[in-house]
Design a protein around this ligand. Sequence first.
Ligand SMILES: NC(=O)c1ccc[n+]([C@@H]2O[C@H](COP(=O)([O-])OP(=O)(O)OC[C@H]3O[C@@H](n4cnc5c(N)ncnc54)[C@H](O)[C@@H]3O)[C@@H](O)[C@H]2O)c1
Ligand SMILES: [Zn+2]
Length: 352
Amino acid sequence: MRRLTVDLGERGYDIVIGRGLIGDVARHFECRGSKVLLVSDTNVAPLYADKVRSSIIGRGLEVKLVTVPAGEKSKCADTLLSLYSEALAFNMTRSDAIVALGGGVVGDLSGFAAATYMRGIDFIQIPTSLLAQVDSSVGGKVGIDLPEGKNLVGAFHQPRAVIIDPDTLDTLTDGFFADGMGEVIKYGCIVDAQLFDKLGAIGGRDGFSECAEEIIARCCDIKRDIVERDEKESGCRKLLNFGHTYGHALEKISGYSAYSHGQAVAIGMTYITRLSERDGYTEQGCANKIARLCTMYNLPTQCSAAGDEIVKAITADKKGTLGGVDAVFLKKIGDSFTRRVPFDYFNAEGGK
Ligand SMILES: NC(=O)c1ccc[n+]([C@@H]2O[C@H](COP(=O)([O-])OP(=O)(O)OC[C@H]3O[C@@H](n4cnc5c(N)ncnc54)[C@H](O)[C@@H]3O)[C@@H](O)[C@H]2O)c1
Ligand SMILES: [Zn+2]
């Protein structure tokens, strides 16, 4: 088992990572009250909720399981209101806690419920998708989508603990595994050339499974370090957006259906690196290295989206920022920086 401590003063917490932890979660968090609202989704609850519930009951706490439909649609105001109702019907007070068991959807949704129910109660994350284990469960961003767009309402609410069992990834589909790999590869690109090389050496999902604990811990540690230095995203936290400016635009113009987030980020990382190699501020060969690694993990590296459509979507997304966007570039694998570029930089056929 590995333990990382996120040092945010009073809001600091531990991330524990270990095979088999799912059956022993209650040992890794404290609850000041007597009740736990356990939130999960229709895919994850049948697989793991019993184990988690038993472990928490074993600590003498009362548990109520709420299962929301799997998928992004549940990250909405209606489901949020239903969580408040469940918490009230369960007579939860300010000292009780919400435990999220699932992917990023369950984490963001129930984290936002915890941030706002009675002005904020304790929150524990048990992420079960790769994306949630390496990214969304760490950092304290929680929220929901609105009909007008994704993640438009939210808060910073740090969890009391993050408990990660890499064995839960065994039941994840190949598609969602690849999706999470987009973020894992991103960490290698922005700060850790050794991680990048290791992902190449292990060759794919089977190799990953064997060293999942180590790789997930490394990713969490990178995010921990960045979040500690920049909790509210004014500075270096922006590096986590590598591949995301283009990726978000691509997801948006394709109606959030043609590309998953990880696929869009893989295409975005490759695209921006090709441009910056062309312009001489990235070591030659980087884009090909990224493309090879993404392909190894079943992620696409190019698409047929029109450059001007991408630029339009980026401009609409960043309309508050004058004169362009702070994009993330690589000097080389493992070494990144941000630089303000005009919106039309992202149109390869257009200007620089
Ligand atoms: N808060 C943040 O900092 C942050 C960062 C990145 C992404 N996000 C958010 O995270 C969400 C995406 O997360 P996600 O990809 O985990 O989506 P998700 O929660 O929808 O999970 C993906 C799918 O995998 C299933 N699943 C999860 N764990 C499983 C397991 N162990 N076995 C079998 N099936 C399993 C889920 O039921 C779902 O169908 C988005 O809403 C995104 O906005 C948040
Ligand atoms: Zn992402």
